[in-house]
Write a protein that binds this ligand. Structure first.
Ligand code: SAH
Length: 213
């Protein structure tokens, strides 16, 4: 179920769904998605679907991970410092890390963060720093960021996230409650002005305040 053929089928599907960045496809071929799930679910890891990871949260669908990663790669001028909001299982973190110099990843649920940390260590991914915090506030001490990616949806884009973008920095974030839109925000140079465009309808878990220990 976690064989090379199963993984290859996932990559084929991503291509059919419109993912064209060969580096993203190659990384997703390499990263073992099944280790980011509970053993009882690992046989479903390469299916074209989001899957539960406990605490009411989900591992994002492969297409969404590919799509968001491809977006960041195409839109940001550089990816030296990147903030991820919603580490969850750590899968998106593992896919993004090879493209980034230093990745900062915030998660509000401690048990999820601990598992993700372990898995990334197991994969010898060492350029990630974790924070147990409300990522909706960003991580101001480590910013500004060339790019910010959120895997959880606020009702409105938090201004603190925009403010933590470096000049020409890019934020990709699902926005909305019942109906969500994946949205790309670009800081215009070093100014306090931002360009905003919607990319498409999506379904993410909500961005919530507070930390769960
Ligand atoms: N990319 C992850 C997605 C996990 S789901 C994966 O593929 O596994 C989104 C995650 O965002 C959940 O783990 C949830 O706990 C987390 N989250 C929600 N609101 C948050 C917040 N304000 N700060 C940090 N993490 C948050």
């Amino acid at each position: 179920m976690t064989s090379e053929r199963t993984r290859e089928r996932m990559i084929q599907r991503l291509v059919e769904q419109g993912i064209t960045n060969v580096q993203v496809l190659e990384i997703m071929r390499q990263v073992p998605r099944h280790i980011f799930l509970d053993e009882a679910l690992s046989h479903r890891a390469y299916e074209d679907t989001a899957l539960p990871i406990g605490h009411g949260q989900t591992l994002s669908q492969p297409y969404i991970v590919a799509h968001m990663t491809e977006r960041l790669l195409g839109a940001a001028a550089k990816l030296d410092r990147v903030l991820e909001i919603g580490t969850g299982s750590g899968y998106q973190t593992a896919v993004l890390a090879p493209f980034v110099k230093q990745l900062y990843s915030a998660e509000r649920i401690r048990p999820l963060q601990e598992l993700a940390r372990k898995r990334l260590r197991q994969l010898s991914i060492h350029n990630v720093q974790f924070s147990l915090a409300d990522g909706g506030l960003g991580w101001p001490e480590k910013g500004p960021y060339d790019a910010i990616l959120s895997a959880a949806a606020p009702a409105k884009i938090p201004h603190s996230l925009k403010q933590q973008l470096a000049p020409d920095g890019v934020l990709v974030i699902p926005v909305g409650e019942d109906k969500q839109m994946l949205t790309q925000v670009t800081r215009l140079g070093a100014s306090d002005e931002y360009d905003e465009k919607t990319i498409g309808a999506v379904k993410f878990v909500p961005l919530l305040a507070g930390v769960v220990r």
